[in-house]
Structures are given as C-alpha cells and as structure tokens.
Design a protein around this ligand. Structure first.
Ligand SMILES: Nc1nc2c(ncn2[C@@H]2O[C@H](COP(=O)(O)OP(=O)(O)OP(=O)(O)O)[C@@H](O)[C@H]2O)c(=O)[nH]1
Ligand SMILES: [Mg+2]
Length: 436
C-alpha cells in the first residue's frame, strides 16, 4: 500500500514549453494553497496563479493549476496539477519548493498509477495497457494498448469468469441434489459441454494472444545467406539508410547489425548477419555463431542466394518453411527461378519484397479488432485456466470438478490483478517511469 502525499514531474524531463508537476494525497491541497498564496481553485478548472516559495516567498513562476478533490481524480485521492513553464531551472525550483513541505515526498516510479489501481480505478490489465500506451512506438501498438487500457481485455476476461461461475453453480447443485432428473450426476453431465466449449474458446484465444505479445514486443526478422550474397545491401535498402557496411570483400559483416523499422504500423527489428561459411578466422566464426543463433529465434527469415552463383549449400540447409527466399543481384543474371528476384542496383523486386514482408508481419502480429492478450503473464494465466477447465471436464465427481472450476476462475482473477497480486505489482509498476 502506498501512503502519504507524493509529487513528481509527470511530463518528460528536459526543456519544453510546458511542464506538468502532479501531487497526490491529503497534503496536495494545502501545498497548492501555500504555493499559490490563495485558497483552492474551483475543482477541475484551470486557474492562473503566481507560485512563490513557501519559506522565502520568492516568486517561482506564473502557472496554471488544476485541483481534483478525492475521489474524482486519477488516483482517487486529492490531486493537484501545476502546469508550469518547462525550463529546467523552473522545474528544479518548483520541485525544490515542494521538497520543503514536511508531509510531501517524491513519488516512486509508477506510484500514481499504483494508487489508481489500489483505489480500484483500474484493473491490472488496464494498468499494463497504460504502460504500453506510453511506450507505444507504432500505430498498431498504440491501438492495441489503448484498447487494453480502456478495458477491452478485462471485459472479455470478466465474461469468461462469469461463465465459469455459472458452470460452478450447476456443479455445486449436483453436489446438493445428486439425483436431479432421476440420473445420478445429471447436472454434472449438463455442465460438461459448457466447460468444453469454454476451454476451446480460451484455446483459440491463446493463438491470437501469441500475436498480441509479438505486436507488443516487436517482431524479429533475420537476413541470412552466404558471404557476399548482398545481405547488408538488402538491409540498407529496406532501412533506407547505410546502416551496415557493404563491400565486395566476403566476410564484411561480423556482428549482428540491427535496424528498427515501422512496417505498416508494426514494429520490426531487422537483423543483418555474418555470411555463413566455414571460417577459420576467430572473429568471423563468432559472427557466424551469432548469425545462426539469431536465425533460430527470429520470427521471420530472409534467405538470400546470389543470382550469379550456384545455390550456396550452407544457406540452403538453413531454409525452413515460412522463410522468404530471395535471389539477390538480379541485375547480373537473367535466370528466372521461382523465387523473388531483387536488385539493390536497379531497385527490381524491392517493393514486392517490402509488401511481402509486411504481409508476413501482419500474419504473425496482426490484430484485427478483438482485444487480446499482450504479455507472457496473460498467456500463462490463460494456460492455467485451460488446464483447470480440461481437468474439470474430465472429473468424475462433482466435488473435484467444482474445485477445478474454482481454480480456473482464480487464474482469470489473477490475470485482472484481483488475487495473488503482491509480487506481481512490483514487476508491473517497475515498468513505469517516475511521474506516471
Ligand atoms: N550488381 C549488384 N551488386 C550487388 C547487389 N547487392 C549487393 N551487391 C554487391 O555485392 C557485394 C556484397 O554486398 P554486401 O551487401 O556487402 O553482401 P553481404 O551479404 O552483406 O556480405 P558479407 O557481410 O560479407 O557476408 C558488394 O560489392 C555489393 O555492392 C545487387 O543487387 N546488384
Ligand atoms: Mg554484410
């Protein structure tokens, strides 16, 4: 439980037109009154004030203040906001003045949001959605985070939980009236199809959930091929800048070179790697080891074959289902094999490659409109719920079935942060920066 009155700069650090300092807790009102030298302004209306240091009376800044009395505030407590000029010295002076109040202290990272959670203003998935919204770098990430913050995921989870509770009531009735319908265990038999349907629905959700997690974390695309096949040239062409060194010397790229891209709203990390061959050079061998490790964990791989050479056997051995196979340096050879031909010299095939990449990324991370799981934590909770539902469906006795349904409901409650949250909270809120 977080207590006392906290304050922090809630806008980004550094020079800006306006900076926002936020206070939350019982001391917020008295501090605002003392700094502005007048009584509290009308709730939720901007009011102009001259801020002065409470001890020395020296003027600090002319500011806008906002007053949100409890409980109608972000944290559910008394909240005051100061919109001051965003110069570093102004911010430092106002924070310094706030530090002179005995009952005020600087906020911990995420502490404002934590108070909102503890006041029941947000469930844990909404808190995570807010953290993701602040961190969102692409359009698709922003949409996903906003939906989650607005409770789309929580709404679905609550619906599933209600279904489980209904099924549990049916099973409990079976314990109380075991011979209902003249058939022993009749009600348990009635509950079974519902349990199975729900387990299937959650199972389908897991598949979408993997996409949600990928969208949140970003996808990895690795570029593989023989030395000199033109991998770095492709990376540079896709990135639109000279991120990696290109040269006619085979074995130029040693380390993994990464470029972050926004492909149609989806975040992608493109990784150029060392050309695959049996290298005797120690540094190059290490580079090849890294290339293979990267290829292993990549969501998608581009495998290049030089149009002027016979297909390289080591690169060929790497090709697996789902990879995009490319023929590079298409300008140097007119052969037309069945693969996508590209040339960075003439630009041939580059648009097609980009469109293909985008399609593949959308297929792996694309979310349509349904809210979805976005974190490993959500996936685990859902897997626990599915496990418990599957056991419940197979249970021969109503007591055992009821117990597993209870466990399934508990897994969903954990997802929303309603139970077993203590160790989770520190992890979730540590993602926030101070002032959020
Ligand atoms: N004509 C032509 N030359 C190309 C093309 N793409 C790459 N090259 C040339 O091929 C050579 C190797 O290109 P890189 O992009 O460095 O190849 P790489 O696969 O990264 O090579 P390593 O890092 O050594 O494994 C350079 O001289 C490039 O200019 C192309 O589309 N057409
Ligand atoms: Mg290279």
């Amino acid at each position: 439980m977080s207590t006392g009155t906290i304050y922090a700069l809630s806008s980004a650090a550094g020079r800006a037109g306006v900076a926002v300092i936020r206070l939350s807790g019982p001391g917020a009102g008295p501090a605002l009154a003392a700094l502005s030298g007048k009584s509290l302004p009308k709730p939720r209306a901007a009011s102009l004030c001259e801020l002065a240091h409470p001890k020395t009376n020296a003027p600090l800044d002319r500011a806008l203040s906002l007053w949100f009395p409890a409980p109608a505030s972000f944290t559910g407590e008394d909240v005051a906001e100061l919109h001051i000029h965003g110069g570093r010295a102004v911010i430092a002076a106002v924070l310094d003045a706030l530090g002179t109040f005995d009952d005020l202290r600087p906020a911990e990272p995420g502490e404002f949001t934590r108070r909102a959670f503890e006041a029941g203003k947000m469930d844990l998935t909404a808190v995570e959605g807010l953290a993701d919204l602040i961190d969102a770098e692409t359009e698709a990430q922003r949409r996903q985070a906003l939906r989650q913050m607005e409770g789309a995921l929580a709404g679905r989870v609550a619906l599933w939980r209600r279904q489980i509770i209904k099924l549990a009531a049916l099973v409990a009735a079976d314990i109380d009236f075991p011979d209902e319908d003249g058939v022993p265990g009749g009600l348990l038999g009635k509950a079974r199809p519902g349990i199975k349907d729900l387990a299937n629905e959650l199972e389908a959700e897991l598949v979408c959930g993997q996409k949600g997690v990928r969208l949140r974390e970003g996808l990895e695309v690795a570029i593989l091929g023989a030395p000199n096949a033109g991998k770095s040239s492709i990376l540079n062409a896709l990135a639109g800048r000279e991120a990696a060194i290109v040269s006619a010397t085979a074995g130029t790229t040693r380390d993994v070179v990464e470029v972050q891209m926004d492909l149609g709203g989806y975040p992608v990390t493109l990784a150029d790697t060392a050309g695959l061959r049996d290298a005797s050079d120690e540094i190059e061998s290490e580079g090849i080891k890294r290339a293979l490790a990267r290829a292993q964990r990549a969501d998608l791989r581009l495998v290049l074959f030089d149009a002027t050479l016979p297909p390289d056997p080591q690169a060929k051995a790497q090709v697996r289902e789902g990879d995009i196979v490319l023929i590079s340096k298409a300008d140097l050879s007119t052969d037309t094999p069945d693969f996508l031909r590209v040339s960075v010299k003439t630009g041939e095939g580059l648009d097609t490659l980009e469109a293909r990449l985008r399609d593949e990324v959308v297929a792996r991370a694309g979310i349509t409109e349904a809210p979805t799981l976005t974190r490993a934590r959500h996936i685990r909770a859902l897997e626990d719920a599915i496990g418990a539902l599957t056991r419940a469906e197979m249970a021969q006795e109503a007591e055992l079935c009821g117990e597993d349904l209870r466990l399934a409901a508990r897994a969903l409650e954990r997802l929303m942060g309603k139970v077993d949250v203590e160790d989770l909270l520190d992890v979730v809120f540590a993602e926030f920066c101070i002032g959020k």
